[in-house]
Design a protein around this ligand. Structure first.
Ligand SMILES: [Zn+2]
Length: 233
């Protein structure tokens, strides 16, 4: 095979800026990917994007009206997915978020269940946390999704108001009471009569997504669907 100038250039770049698999550390030749084929296949897909009545939808059942909900991958301790989420949330690695978002984008573009979404909203972080992290990880995931799945992202329509500490030790009711007024819709007009897809990195109890989703549903004519990268059992 004849090598093109661009291949030579890629080899050259690769030599000085090695691009390794985020999973196993092996050399990955493609510049726009993050995992080698072997590691990619190790990501434990839930199949929930295509599956009505899945466990993520059950989380919200009887709490808020959700058209469709899913978490794309099972989140387990010491797994590759946990490593990726840590990279995204605590190591400033935005590329991981874009990569995961693109994976979701491919899935969404093949799913009829999410066909009638009008716009994407990443779950907002409060300003203090966003400043500290440098970005909102949910917004980075949303950017990755929109690169593949052509839907508009609505930014600055919903805000997160109060700083909340991790609330793992509180029971569901008191957690809900603290969460209830954490989010506020700041631009109702942009949301009116739209089917919104709310995005976050991970769903556990669903309390935060529920609080934000409830505010979105207060806007006349809105519908809500929810999608996260990871789902913890
Ligand atoms: Zn690998």
């Amino acid at each position: 095979m004849i090598k093109t100038i661009s291949t030579y250039f890629n080899d050259f770049v690769h030599l000085f800026f090695p691009h390794n698999c985020e999973g196993c550390g092996n050399d990955v030749l493609e510049n726009d990917t993050l995992l080698c084929a072997e590691c990619f296949l190790k990501l434990p897909e839930t199949g929930f994007i295509q599956q009505p009545g899945n466990p993520v939808e059950n989380i919200f059942y009887g709490r808020i009206k959700v058209e469709a909900a899913a978490g794309a991958y099972y989140f387990t301790k010491d797994s590759l997915l946990q490593h990726l989420i840590v990279q995204l949330k605590y190591k400033g690695n935005k590329d991981v978020g874009l990569y995961l978002g693109k994976l979701l984008g491919y899935e969404l573009s093949q799913s009829e269940r999410f066909n009638n979404i009008d716009a994407i909203i990443p779950l907002p972080l409060n300003k203090r946390k966003e400043k500290k992290r440098g970005y909102n990880q949910a917004a980075v995931i949303a950017d990755g999704i929109a690169e593949i799945w052509q839907k508009p992202i609505l930014k600055n329509c919903v805000e997160r108001l109060i700083f909340t500490e991790t609330q793992t030790h509180k029971d569901r009711i008191s957690r809900w009471q603290t969460m209830e007024n954490v989010f506020a819709v700041t631009d109702k007009t942009s949301l009116e009569n739209k089917h919104i897809l709310l995005i976050d990195d991970i769903v556990t109890t669903g309390a935060t997504l529920e609080a934000c989703g409830a505010k979105i549903l207060e806007v006349p004519g809105t519908k809500l669907s929810i999608l996260t990268v990871a789902y913890t059992i």
